[in-house]
Each structure stands twice: as structure tokens, then as C-alpha cells.
Design a binder for this molecule. Structure first.
Ligand code: MD6
Ligand code: FE
Length: 220
């Protein structure tokens, strides 16, 4: 079913989506991106020519299985020196590519649909997974402003996302994230631990054997 929805700035035309609560102030918006998935992927492809996906190294010296790039005023980076946000891509020395109006509008609309009005991210980390790639249990805590939520787009192959509690030992709940889904969390859930299980083999009609995840944050 198609319907129009006011997001305050533009009329967002998207396919119907359903909102599933994951925890207090955390939601999964199923199918939220399906009206604009091709456009989002074309923009990611374009910006990755300027700032290519690369395997970053953790402070402990391990190369990450997920490859990453960024867009927007700040980008998340890791190397032997630690995790941080940087205004420039260390590969090129130039500022990260701009965050497109579409990305900003969709991220703000998803946050708004989850009770976080007026979300204005300054960072977008883009993660690319191939089968076998995973993300270990972590908190997103390198941002300066925890009053703002994180908005996470999923495209391409499905993944199992594990959503936990505020301590590393707290039990996790698995959720399937599919092409077009958005996860939003903030407030009392902002610092919950989470992980992504090793991606299963598969072929997505638009992305082949990749999964793309984009997380929008207020970092600065
Ligand atoms: C992913 N996402 O889905 C990894 N972090 O590939 C994250 O680590 C994440 O989805 C914070 C908020 C939402 C997320
Ligand atoms: Fe995360």
C-alpha cells in the first residue's frame, strides 16, 4: 500500500512500513526505505568513488571484516591510535563527501517516526558486509551528544542484528534486518550493546552479495 506522509519539510512518499518496538525508545521501521532504495544505493555508489570502502584497523591491530566509508561533516575512523570522528578522510586528506539531502531527509523522517523530532545528523558511517563479515558486540559511544538517537539503514542482504542491554553481559535479542529496514534508537536505549552476526551467503537483486548499513549520528 502506498501512502503519503508529512515529515515537516517534504512529503515523503514511501511504501507502507510497520513500526516494531525493540526496547524503550528503540524501534525497527520495517520497509521504511523501499520507495527510495535504488536512489540511496546509487548515491552510496557515487560517494564511494570519492571515499572508497576500506577495511579499517582496530586499536588492537585487527583489520575489521566490515569495510567502511563515511559521508557528512564528520566520519568515524579507527586505527592504531583509537576510535574517533574526523572531518577528513585519512586516505585522501580531503573532507568526507557531503551527506545528500535525501539521506538527511530520510534519516530525519525515520527519527521523527520514532519520537525523535528534529534529528540533524552530522555523521553517516557506511558499513559494507560480504558473507562472513560481522560486527562484534559494542556500544556506540564515540559521539559527543547522547541526547540524539542513532538512525540505521539496512540495504541488500539480510543480517541478524543482536540488540542487548546497557552492560556487555546483558542478554541480547536477535532481529532480522532486511533490505529497506531502519532501526532508530535513542534516549534510555542510546548506549545499548549490539552486534551483527556473520552475514549469510546470498544474492540480493539490487546489491548482489553485499549488505550496506548506514548509521546516522550527531557526533560533534
Ligand atoms: C549494522 N549497526 O547494522 C551495524 N549501531 O550493520 C550498528 O552498529 C548500529 O545499526 C548503532 C545503532 C544502530 C546500528
Ligand atoms: Fe553500532
Amino acid at each position: 500500500m502506498m501512502h503519503n506522509r508529512e515529515d515537516g519539510m517534504n512529503t515523503l512518499i514511501t511504501s507502507g512500513f510497520s513500526r516494531i518496538p525493540l526496547a524503550d525508545e528503540a524501534f525497527l521501521l520495517k520497509g521504511f526505505l523501499l520507495g527510495e532504495d535504488r536512489e540511496i544505493l546509487a548515491e552510496v555508489s557515487d560517494l564511494s568513488r570519492e571515499a572508497p570502502f576500506r577495511h579499517m584497523v582496530t586499536p588492537g591491530g585487527y583489520s575489521m571484516s566490515v569495510s567502511m566509508t563515511n559521508c557528512g561533516p564528520r566520519g568515524w575512523v579507527t586505527d592504531r591510535q583509537g576510535y574517533r570522528y574526523d572531518t577528513c578522510d585519512p586516505l585522501s586528506g580531503r573532507p568526507w563527501p557531503a551527506m545528500s539531502p535525501r539521506f538527511l531527509r530520510l534519516a530525519e523522517a525515520a527519527a521523527g517516526a520514532s519520537g525523535f523530532a528534529g534529528f540533524k545528523p552530522d555523521a553517516c558511517l557506511i558499513n559494507r558486509y560480504v558473507p562472513g563479515a560481522k560486527l562484534s558486540l559494542h556500544q556506540d559511544k564515540d559521539e559527543l551528544d547522547f541526547s540524539q538517537p542513532i538512525v540505521s539503514f539496512s540495504l541488500g542482504l539480510p543480517a541478524t542484528f543482536e540488540f542487548g542491554g546497557l552492560t556487555r553481559k546483558a542478554p541480547v535479542t536477535p532481529w532480522q534486518l532486511e533490505h529497506g529496514d531502519v532501526v532508530v534508537w535513542g534516549g534510555s536505549s542510546r548506549l545499548r550493546y549490539h552486534s551483527v552476526r556473520p552475514l549469510k551467503k546470498g544474492t540480493h537483486p539490487l546489491l548482489g552479495d553485499y549488505r550496506i548499513n548506514m548509521t546516522f549520528r550527531c557526533a560533534g
